[in-house]
Design a protein around this ligand. Sequence first.
Ligand code: KG4
Ligand code: ZN
Length: 347
Amino acid sequence: MRVIGIETSCDETGVAVFDSEKGLQAHLVHSQIGLHAEFGGVVPELASRDHVRKTLPLVRGVMAEAGVLKSDIDAVAYTAGPGLVGALLVGGAIGCSLAWAWGVPSVGVHHMEGHLLAPMLEEEGPRFPFVALLVSGGHTQLVEVRAVGHYRLLGESVDDAAGEAFDKTAKLMGLPYPGGPELARLAMQGDPGRFRFPRPMTDRPGLDFSFSGLKTFALNCYRKESAGFSGAADEGSHGKLKADIARAFEDAVVDTLVIKCRRAVKDTGINTLVLAGGVSANRRLRERIKEVMEGEGGRAYYPRPEFCTDNGAMIAYAGWCRLSADQGEPLTFGARPRWPMDTLPAL
Ligand code: KG4
Ligand code: ZN
């Protein structure tokens, strides 16, 4: 079965062709960074309009790259939620229209299920069961995964998601949008010993997270330490301060995530951990999780960095999983901006 996947839930338009026999045949992503940069964050209306402009050209592009014609496509998968409602409606309208025109089924995919299954696109993907740490701009969740659709939420953030905390902290320090990757880049030059930030909620039992306090901690630290700085003469020390704070912040987030992952692995007795979502592109997080899991005789899996952030390949793959279990849908579409993943049906 050959499936086209369309992702338009936020600020990336992603389209891919997945073939169940040959694997991923082509994928393209258009990032809206340039569009939102001057506003310091995603502007939903601009995001929707840009998806309108980019989705069909990307569909043509991936089909040309994969060397397939419309008659070769067996189904269309699109992100139905969670995400920005206008952005979701664009992908849903285009996905269902193509499916109708081509006479093939369509399926609305859960964005986080797409992230969760993305490591399966790698040559050596994880096997069920596993514990998944989903860390994106909107979600931080630990999930026990027994099979596609068998999801048990173990813990989640009670306030900011990990990616959101990265983005907000970056913004507070005047870093450009998108803040997370910028902050991670800066952290690489930072001194790990200068500041120590708290590891929130690790001193009590449970698998929930809280990251909103860390950004306040970072802001207070930044204000206090930069209070005496004035102009160009202090530029060097100012840059170093930002890098050292970025490092302390990243270490705190990574340590917190690692502590909770170890706990989840211990509680469930499942020694395979899957990292997914935008923050799983973070180098230090990938290294630490791998080190810890292998140190304890387990294994860690994560997608290649381009499939950690939003993309069409994960939507095509998750759509194929659902379609091969006959979970396509009639040609009506809707967007589900809020959609708990543990309400999805089992295969
Ligand atoms: O999965 P994703 O592309 O979109 C959502 O579904 O939210 O995740 C985007 C999030 C953003 O918050 C971004 O700052 C964060 O992932 N992110 C990173 C890195 N790359 C992306 N955070 C930390 N380190 C990175 N290298
Ligand atoms: Zn995402």
